[in-house]
Design a protein around this ligand. Structure first.
Ligand code: ATP
Ligand code: MG
Length: 475
């Protein structure tokens, strides 16, 4: 199928000297090769892509070797024998060469039996029509779009659709269900009805996919301009419950005595959209995903109102096991998100005019360098539909930000550490390593943050002796 007008559009991209070299080699060897997949899709969508996939009917390794030899500069080709692929980097772009494949799948695994195939075979095994487009690099029809599944129309109409019967495509490799949702989220496309219904039907097949692959797709959803599209789709097709039950459990509204609470799932994904407008920090975006995760466990109906008391602390404590299960990193990123989840209710209380500096100092101390990210999260958390309420909250947060700035300028609390450390407490008070050491340490910290004593070594030392004589060794 030829789309002449599209070919003009590609002209600039097809001027690439690497493609010209490949075309010459193909001509000499009477072979055929095509640009394929994500690169072609992104070319049409005018998105940047840093990798180019080239499929050849024959050996990808051989074509890569010959191409690299003819390009200037000593280009190093990497070979991945197991996958039959070869790759090199040229001027910051990765070129990957692979032989056209025909695949057949068994029910237990997403790893197919692979044989050499034609271009058509190779396009058949692709996940989505928008990812199955090829552009010929042969001399005779250089730049021609090979589009057996009308992927170009699907791009124009913003549709996600499988090239073959969706039940076959998804059952063969269930990761494709996640990819379908992820592309819908990244590109703001709709999933075609038949494809959508098939994901619903095949959702339980997701169990054969590793957690690592699933989280990779979730990261891409979280990174997309409007992540709620992806999360809502995951919910609607029934995948969310299987891959992220804690987030799923936030859904729904309960009514008692005519009193209801908001749907915390819809609220959460709105918060993620809000924060996505203000930050590309993927971990801050994940903090928004998790900020209310403790709500279902803390929910109570008391005195005719719904409360979610301590959902901040409960949420924080749920995170390590969720991270472990979902293969999210168990390092400083977990700590960072725990901190934001634990503190996300604090700033709102600090806008009242009678709030003392000590409360502000305490938040600065507890949030440390994360205080700006915390404020970004809190602002994203405002999702009321009532304009006057939103205005009021934003005004209050502006006040809190100003107070934080003033107090930080004066007292430099952000990276402050109390002037006396545990070791000195043990030596001076003759204490073994014990709970008492922590108690004294906290008391010194609190006294300074509350403005009870001056922020100096002398004052802290005097306070420590005094405190110990009053509160320790009193059995
Ligand atoms: P991105 O690079 O933005 O993640 P992409 O579509 O380029 O998106 P890659 O993982 O780079 O994704 O894959 C390149 C191409 O390989 C895809 O466009 C698609 O044609 C094909 N592909 C990738 N994964 C699958 C899969 N699980 N099933 C079928 N085809 C796939
Ligand atoms: Mg790619």
């Amino acid at each position: 199928m030829k789309h002449k007008s599209e070919v003009d559009k590609f002209e600039f991209a097809l001027d690439n000297p690497v493609f010209k070299v490949i075309s010459d080699i193909l001509d000499k060897n009477k072979k055929e090769a095509y640009l394929i997949g994500g690169f072609v899709r992104d070319l049409i969508l005018k998105r940047n892509s840093k990798d180019v996939d080239i499929v050849i009917v024959g050996s990808g390794m051989e074509l890569a070797k010959q191409t690299a030899r003819q390009l200037k500069g000593n280009i190093k080709v990497s070979f991945f024998k197991n996958f039959g692929t070869a790759m090199f980097n040229y001027k910051g772009i990765e070129y990957e060469f692979v032989g056209a494949r025909k695949e057949s799948y068994s029910r237990e695994s997403r790893n197919p039996v692979v044989e050499n195939g034609s271009l058509q075979d190779d396009q058949n095994r692709r996940d989505l029509t928008i990812n199955a487009l090829g552009i010929s690099l042969k001399k005779e029809n250089y730049g021609e779009l090979i589009d057996p599944f009308n992927g170009l129309d699907d791009i124009k109409n913003k549709v996600i659709c499988t090239p073959l019967e969706p039940d076959i495509t998804f059952s063969d490799d269930p990761l494709r269900m996640m990819r379908a949702v992820r592309f819908a989220s990244q590109l703001n496309f709709n999933i075609d009805k038949k494809t959508f219904d098939s994901i619903k039907k095949n959702k339980s097949r997701i169990k054969i996919i590793t957690k690592e692959r699933i989280i990779e797709e979730l990261h891409k959803i979280v990174k997309s301009p409007k992540p709620s599209i992806g999360f809502k789709l995951l919910y609607d097709v029934g995948l969310l419950e299987l891959i992220f039950p804690e987030l799923y459990k936030l859904h729904g509204v309960e009514i008692r005595n005519g009193v209801s609470h908001k749907d915390n799932f819809l609220h959460t994904i709105l918060v993620v959209d809000n924060i996505a407008k203000n930050t590309d920090n993927i971990w801050l975006r994940w903090a928004a995903v998790f900020h209310d995760i403790g709500k279902p466990r803390s929910k109570k109906f008391v005195n005719n109102i719904w409360t979610f008391h301590a959902h901040d602390a409960i949420g924080k404590n749920m995170l390590p096991s969720i991270f472990r299960k979902m293969k999210l990193p168990l390092n400083d990123k977990l700590k960072y998100i725990q901190k934001l989840v634990a503190l996300h209710l604090r700033p709102i209380h600090l806008s009242d005019s009678d709030i003392t500096d000590s409360a502000i100092r305490r938040l600065l101390f507890d949030a440390g360098n994360e205080v700006d990210d915390l404020m970004t999260l809190c602002e994203a958390d405002i999702t009321s539909s009532k304009e006057y309420k939103v205005k009021k909250f934003f005004k209050n947060f502006a006040i809190v930000r100003q107070k934080l700035k003033d107090v930080e300028e004066r007292d430099a609390i952000r990276n402050w550490q109390p002037p006396i450390e545990g070791l000195e407490i043990m030596k001076t008070l003759n204490l073994p390593p014990s709970k008492d050491v922590g108690i004294v340490k906290d008391a010194i910290k609190d006294a300074i943050l509350d403005g009870e004593i001056e922020n100096s070594y002398q004052a802290a030392h005097k306070f420590m002796l005094n405190y110990a004589s009053k509160h320790l060794n009193k059995e």
